[in-house]
Design a binder for this molecule. Structure first.
Ligand SMILES: O[C@@H]1[C@@H](O)[C@H](O[C@@H]2CO[C@@H](O[C@@H]3CO[C@@H](O[C@@H]4CO[C@@H](O)[C@H](O)[C@H]4O)[C@H](O)[C@H]3O)[C@H](O)[C@H]2O)OC[C@H]1O
Length: 395
């Protein structure tokens, strides 16, 4: 039996310590970005551990509703508007003090059939589109940091996608959509958003043409959203992305990565997860290198709720957190590009008690925040009695 003496000394031990660094959003803001964020969706919000991490503003200073502001959700039948689910996410952002990226006013997909299969003339569809934009943007007026006004208007070769709006209105639907959104909410940032425009090529040039078209029309366009739905090992290089971002910002608009995820063919391997970390790092670094790249949003943060497996058969594991909400190497890759550190070797302050014939080192209670294991008593979700508690709760 060991008897401890009452003498306790705080000594620096030789035990290695993993020091808590700043999270993704905190690190991004420290380097001049507006936010690091995540998409989310209503069904996931009943998952308490998921919600806790989503609401952790050290990592996420911005959220995007993945589905609940789309046309089929907000105007399921003509001129009948429904904001219940969208409001839940807008309210969550407000409660957490997170920016809300609003998504998406005009898109060819997830349209109710009354729009996609309606019998339209130029005038009737124009009126319906303007009515939709005006109602939805007015409802969320003052709540959104940005709106994706038009999503995915382009084919891969940079020509216009032959969607219902283009068919009946022509390319004018784009500037008219932007002008209508600006009239409804003059302060919100207005974005054109698309995928496969993250490196130079026909589609990126097409998106630049859209920016100029809206500008020439005299309507407001503030930014271009590069979705960033990538594949591990096939992600454009950092320099290709940097050059491409510069081509957009030279037009006088902001840019943002709006839906970043990097999928792989399952099952995942250590090599794939390592490559994924590098790929995330390169994209985040490209944004960091451009002062008009305002922020980065991942298309949900955990593999548990990623849209990828249901859309791309046999693929998945695209997010920086795994299905158990444990950080993957991708997290460290992102953080490194943001200029943060996830861990460092340092010394751990311990209380040393003398015990009979010898002494033993016992870590003090610790708390999240600050620069690491700080010797308090509160962790993110409970008391840290051991460095392992602290590491799992605070890192
Ligand atoms: O619950 C999900 C939502 O999460 C989902 O949100 C949309 C996901 O991304 C955006 O649209 C997709 C972008 O990727 C396209 O596929 C690309 C094809 O080319 C490839 O090279 C590239 O890697 C792929 O990403 C999809 O065809 C688009 O649908 C859109 O902005 C989000 O709203 O929507 C469906 C819900 O079930």
């Amino acid at each position: 039996m060991v008897h401890f003496s009452t003498v306790a000394l705080a000594l620096a031990s030789v035990l290695p310590q993993l020091t808590q660094g700043a999270g993704l959003h905190t690190s991004a803001v420290a380097k001049g970005k507006l936010y690091f964020g995540s998409a989310t969706d209503n069904p996931e919000l009943t998952d308490a551990p998921y919600l806790t991490q989503l609401s952790n503003t050290d990592d996420f200073g911005q959220i995007t509703p993945g589905n609940s502001q789309k046309w089929d959700a907000t105007e399921p039948s003509q001129n009948t508007f429904s904001y219940t689910n969208g409001d839940v996410i807008a309210d969550l952002a407000a409660k957490n003090g997170q920016k809300l990226r609003c998504h998406a006013l005009v898109w060819h997909s997830q349209l109710p059939s009354w729009v996609s299969s309606g019998s339209w003339t130029n005038a009737t569809l124009l009126a319906a589109m303007k009515n939709h934009i005006t109602n939805v943007a007015t409802h969320y007026k003052g709540k959104c940091y940005a709106w994706d006004v038009v999503n995915e208007a382009l084919n891969e070769d940079g020509t216009y996608r032959d969607n219902v709006f283009y068919k009946h209105i022509g390319e004018a639907y784009l500037p008219i959509a932007f002008a209508t959104a600006a009239a409804a909410d003059p302060d919100v940032k207005l974005y054109y958003n698309d995928y496969n425009i993250e490196s130079a090529g026909s589609k990126s040039s097409g998106a630049q043409r859209i920016v100029k078209l809206v500008q020439q029309y005299g309507a407001k366009i503030d930014g271009v959203g590069l979705q960033g739905h990538f594949i591990v090992g096939s992600t454009p290089s950092q320099s290709a992305q940097t050059t491409n971002l510069a081509a957009f910002t030279a037009l006088g608009v902001d840019v943002a990565y709006t839906e970043l995820d990097i999928r792989m063919t399952l099952p995942s391997t250590t090599a794939l997860l390592t490559q994924q970390s590098t790929d995330y790092k390169n994209t985040v670094a490209a944004c960091m290198a451009n002062t008009k790249c305002v922020g980065i949003t991942i298309w949900d943060y955990t593999d548990k709720y990623s849209w990828v497996p249901s859309t791309f058969s046999g693929q998945g594991d695209a997010c920086p957190w795994d299905k158990n909400l444990v950080k993957k190497p991708a997290y460290a890759g992102i953080l490194a590009a943001l200029g943060g550190t996830s861990s460092t070797t340092t010394t751990l302050v311990t209380s040393t008690t003398t015990a009979g014939s010898g002494a033993t080192s016992v870590p003090l209670y610790g708390q999240c925040g600050g620069s690491g294991w700080t010797g308090g008593t509160t962790c993110a979700s409970g008391t840290c009695k051991h460095i392992n508690d602290w590491y799992s709760q605070c890192m």
